[in-house]
Design a protein around this ligand. Structure first.
Ligand code: ZN
Length: 282
C-alpha cells in the first residue's frame, strides 16, 4: 500500500498549490481576449454554456476562493477547479494537446491549458457569482485562512458548535478552507492537539494555537511553492506536492522529532491521520 493508505493522491492540489498556480499566470492573462475555448473529454461538471459564447470576452482578473480560481470576464465568471490531479499552465504556445489535456483557453496573450489525468477537475461558467451554480460551489466555503480574514476568536466559537473530531472538522472546509489532509495533520501536531479530539472540547487557548499553526503551515507551503514559481510557468504538465518538511505526516513508525515517541497512523473518515501520542493531547 502506498504511503497514506492509498486513499489520497500525494499530488492532489491543495490551497497553496492553487494559489501558486494563480500567481504563475494572473498577471500575464489579465486583459487578454478569448479567441477560442477548446474542451476535450468531459470533466467533473459541464461548462454550463456554449464555448463559442465566450469568444471575444476579456479576462478582467483571476481571484481565488478556497481551491477555486475565479476568472472574471466582461460578462460572467469562469470557475476553475484542479480536482485530484489537475494542473494549469499558461504559455504563448503549447505542444499539440495530449490525451490528458482537456481544456485550452486560447487568448490573444497566450493559452491556458488544463492537464488533468483523473478528470475530477472542472471548468464552469456562471453569469455572475449570485448564480445558483456559483452558490452551490462556493456558498458553503469557510473563511480564507490567509490574508488576515481568519479570526481566532470566531474560529474557537465555530469549533464549539461541532462535536466531530477536530481533524474531520478541519477537512470539511466550512469553518476554514484550505486545510487539506496533510496540512491538518501538520497543524494539529504543531498545536499539540490529538486529531481525534472532539472540536467542541478544545479550549480557547488551544484553538488560538491551532489557528496560528494553520496559518503558519499554509504560509510555509506558499513560500516553498512560491520559490518554484519559475518552474511552474515552464512546467510541461507535471505537478507535484510542494516538498514540505513533514513532522508527522507519512512518518508512521518513525520517532517524533520533538520527543522520540513513535508516530502513529490511524484512519479517520477514510483518510490517513498521523500524530504523536505524546506531543498531541486529547
Ligand atoms: Zn512527540
Amino acid at each position: 500500500m502506498p504511503p497514506g493508505g492509498g486513499a489520497i493522491s500525494p499530488n492532489m492540489p491543495e490551497l497553496p498549490e492553487v494559489e501558486v498556480t494563480r500567481l504563475s499566470f494572473v498577471e500575464r492573462i489579465q486583459g487578454a481576449r478569448i479567441v477560442h475555448l477548446r474542451m476535450g473529454k468531459p470533466l467533473r461538471w459541464p461548462l454550463g454554456t456554449e464555448p463559442n459564447r465566450l469568444v471575444g470576452q476579456r479576462v478582467l482578473g483571476v481571484d481565488r476562493r478556497g481551491k477555486y480560481l475565479l476568472m472574471h470576464l466582461d460578462a460572467g465568471c469562469l470557475l476553475w477547479h484542479l480536482g485530484m490531479s489537475g494542473a494549469l499552465h499558461f504559455a504563448t504556445t503549447h505542444p499539440p494537446a495530449g490525451a490528458h489535456d482537456h481544456v485550452d483557453l486560447v487568448t490573444d496573450q497566450g493559452v491556458l491549458r488544463l492537464h488533468d489525468p483523473r478528470r475530477f477537475g472542472a471548468l464552469v461558467y456562471v453569469p455572475d457569482l449570485e448564480d445558483a451554480r456559483a452558490i452551490k460551489l462556493l456558498g458553503h466555503l469557510g473563511v480564507e485562512p490567509l490574508g488576515g480574514h481568519f479570526d481566532p476568536v470566531a474560529f474557537h466559537a465555530a469549533l464549539r458548535q461541532r462535536k466531530a473530531p477536530i481533524k474531520q472538522v478541519l477537512l470539511t472546509g466550512d469553518i476554514v478552507v484550505g486545510v487539506g489532509n496533510i496540512y491538518a495533520s501538520e497543524a494539529l501536531f504543531q498545536a499539540g492537539i490529538r486529531p481525534t479530539t472532539a472540536a467542541h472540547k478544545i479550549s480557547r487557548p488551544r484553538a488560538l494555537k491551532l489557528q496560528q499553526a494553520i496559518v503558519r503551515v499554509l504560509e510555509r507551503a506558499l513560500e516553498v511553492g512560491g520559490s518554484t514559481l519559475r518552474d511552474f510557468s515552464n512546467a510541461r504538465g507535471e505537478s507535484g506536492y510542494f516538498q514540505l518538511e513533514m513532522s508527522v505526516y507519512d512518518r508512521a513508525g518513525q520517532p517524533c522529532q520533538q520527543c522520540a515517541s513513535t508516530v502513529r497512523q490511524i484512519r479517520q473518515g477514510q483518510r490517513s491521520t498521523f500524530y504523536c501520542p505524546t506531543c498531541q493531547k486529547p
